[in-house]
Design a protein around this ligand. Sequence first.
Ligand SMILES: Cc1ncc(COP(=O)(O)O)c(C=O)c1O
Length: 477
Amino acid sequence: MADSYLPPLISGELGQGTLKAAADRNFYARGTHPAALTSIDDVPISQLLQQFGSPLFVFSERDLRAKAHRMRKAFKTRYAKTSFAWSVKTNYLNAIIQVFRSEGWIAEVVSDFEYEKVRRLGIPGKDIVFNGPYKPRAALQRAVDEGALIQIDNWDELSHIEEIVAHARQPLEVGLRVWLDAGIRPVWSKFGFALANGEAERAAARIIGNPKLKLHTLHCHIGTYILAPEAYGITARKLVALREQLHSRYGHLVECLNLGGGFPSHSLLHGMAGPAETAVRPVEDYADAITDVLNDLPARKRPLLRLESGRCLVDEAGYLLTTVVAVKGIGRSVVSEADLSARDYKERLILGEDSKVGYVLDAGINVLYTAAWYQFDVRPARLINAPITPSRLYGPLCMNIDVIRENVDLPPLTTGDVISLHPVGAYNFDQSMQFIAYRPAVVLVGLDGKPEVIRARETLDDVQGPERIPAALAGTR
Ligand SMILES: Cc1ncc(COP(=O)(O)O)c(C=O)c1O
């Protein structure tokens, strides 16, 4: 009996109406079919996939530069003494680093690997800001030798640096990372020295008191995807106050305030209502929040402002093109123009989420790490003139957790359809895993509209190159 129980219909109207009708009644509905995205920077998506295969990461150089120009203008017009560093970990593909480098950005790195990568690209030590809670001793030594700006994270690191410079002829310029409450949660207290309990001042005083060191920068990175520009105003004010305190107590005026990164891209976290353009404030608001504080200082006391943004500069320039390889779903695979019958409606009530139509894509969370937090915009690559229906997007991995979107309204798709996921330019490719599948190629559409591979699709040799078989196992058949 219990097995065949079907709950009563809550509303005859809902049970008999189409999903389209329900969407039409919904004030927040965005329309009956999402606009298609057929090209990126005027290059047809069909051409991109034909040329480079699926799945495929595509970056727009036009967008990267437009974001850099807008940010530069926003800050430089308000505060000329601004310097920009590219947060390499946000996207460390060499071609992307080169775009920002050509725009005048220096590099901000957080590990020995990133340090080595940008050095090999030819970026000199003087153009590197070195952050992170763990900088191996050899990396610290190299950074000291090459004149990079090390932003010290903890007491142990400070001790290492003191040892390294003990016999130096010139004082070494360093930065100090500080953490503070900027009114947002969570507070990133993992990194740097606490402001509130005087720890940051003690560390600064120790550096100032060491003739082999020169405190060049006070640094604070409050987090990522920070939706409140006001938090930057608070951060700036607190760093300025610390700088003033150090000046009056120890006679040293710190040259540079580094406000980190953290400005959001036009993206949405799961559960947020869109469109992203209304949820995310423009970069000019962030510039106002920071520079209003600095411009209040007497001109001779104004510090160099440094920013080390990642997400807001690169996220929207990145797309992932992926192909539907299978259509799944219990009951109807797609909702056609026909009304849902009462029986189908009841089935959906019982099965809940599991009744949804599902599409298996050829790209999954192995290359879209941030799918856990962000709801990517999903666009079919062709216009499909049919009602939308709640759908789920599965990745290709043999793992139940491989779901890109739990719930997204899409018109009916068929095997072979291509969709774009956007924005995915920040923290996806470089956090991608070689797990079960090869990582896809990455293409940059240049300013001339020409797409070029900036990272080839992985091969078996790339993946198993570092593997070795012990001699005793080598002959095993
Ligand atoms: C020290 C530091 N600087 C800059 C960034 C870049 O942040 P975002 O990509 O949010 O701009 C990060 C990332 O969390 C970071 O840890």
